[in-house]
Write a protein that binds this ligand. Structure first.
Ligand SMILES: [Cu+2]
Length: 158
């Protein structure tokens, strides 16, 4: 999660891409009933063009369990220290502080299709901090040809 305050107006992004600019190369795919492990890093703060802000990361419908957290160097884009995880708990939103990361595991079990993850701060979300991914079955099915990308996607999800 990053932001660019050198732009006017500033933009908020996942993987350097604003929601409105997403193309199929930015859309990744996960398989249903397969364990996923994601690292969510907050690349704002010192050394970047964005003031440090915490971002409450959220995935639609599917809970995850944070298994690790620590500090993150936004300039080198790497983990700099690990902090022992608290008691693992299932959650659907986790706040990630500037210069920090979290690692979680999840398994998408109930639904296939196209969905989103986003910052739960509405202002950030509405200025680009939202991403898209597809959940498919083992045979690759589950995302139909009618699945849209922004701006055709139209309404935002909250
Ligand atoms: Cu945010």
């Amino acid at each position: 999660m990053s932001a660019d305050f050198a732009l006017a107006p500033p933009v908020w992004t996942f993987n350097g891409v604003q929601y409105e600019a997403i193309t199929m190369t930015d859309v990744f795919t996960v398989r249903r009933n397969t364990v996923e492990e994601w690292i969510i890093a907050n690349s704002t703060g010192p050394g970047t063009t964005a003031i440090g802000e915490s971002h409450p990361f959220h995935i639609h419908v599917n809970d995850f369990t944070v298994i690790e957290r620590g500090t993150w160097d936004p300039v080198q884009a790497q983990i700099t220290s690990r902090i022992p995880a608290r008691a693992p708990a299932s959650m659907d939103t986790v706040s990630v502080d500037p210069g920090h990361y979290i690692k979680f595991r999840t398994k998408f079990t109930d639904f296939v299709g196209r969905t989103v993850y986003h910052c739960h701060l509405l202002f950030h979300e509405d200025h680009g901090m939202m991403g898209i991914f597809d959940i498919v079955d083992a045979d690759g099915s589950g995302v139909g040809p009618d699945q849209l990308l922004p701006p055709q996607a139209g309404s935002h999800h909250h």
